[in-house]
Design a binder for this molecule. Structure first.
Ligand code: FES
Length: 167
């Protein structure tokens, strides 16, 4: 089915386009808006953005595959990124990762059995001084231990796709 933005988001696109010298420069924020609405960048979203910004689908795909913030597959309402780079690794990221794998019963790159969480690994998320940390949707949670993380996960369990990504 063809993708289209809501009227409100279409107005946001028009406002975005006034801030950039050309439509190509507006590609990242427009893709971000589309992902907020749709949850991921589907082939239909790529076709929509290509037509809306008068760019090739190859250009859109190149950007989507380059930036990890864009999802090329459907994801759960909550996307949990576990930082695995040095500072977090030294401060227990592996323990955090394994704890989440057990809790979600899934491996990195997969979605939990209940469909509520997608688990991903991340390279340094620039919060090294507060390691170990995870990013859930658009928020950082730092200085974690497994008990604190469990509470945070519990608080996210009832998120819907809309409530998780509208913040
Ligand atoms: S190493 Fe984890 S935030 Fe930098």
């Amino acid at each position: 089915m063809a993708f289209a933005l809501t009227q409100e988001r279409e107005q946001q696109v028009q406002e975005i386009l006034t801030r950039y010298p050309d439509s190509r420069a507006a590609l990242l924020p427009v893709l971000w808006l589309c992902q907020k609405q749709h949850g991921w960048i589907s082939p239909e979203v790529i076709t929509f953005v290509a037509e809306r910004l008068n760019l090739s689908t190859a250009t859109i795909k190149g950007v989507v595959t380059f930036y990890t913030m864009f999802f090329e597959e459907p994801v759960a309402p909550n996307v949990v990124w576990v930082c695995r780079t040095l500072s977090c690794d030294l401060r227990g990221a592996k323990c955090i990762q394994e704890h989440l794998e057990r809790r979600f019963r899934c491996r990195p790159g997969e979605t939990s059995e209940d469909g509520k969480f997608t688990l991903l690994k991340a390279e340094c998320l620039a919060a090294c001084g507060q390691a170990p940390m995870v990013q859930i949707n658009e928020r950082y949670f730092e200085n974690l231990d497994t008990a604190t993380l469990d509470k945070i996960i519990d608080e996210h369990a009832n998120n819907t796709p809309r409530s998780a990504h509208e913040g």
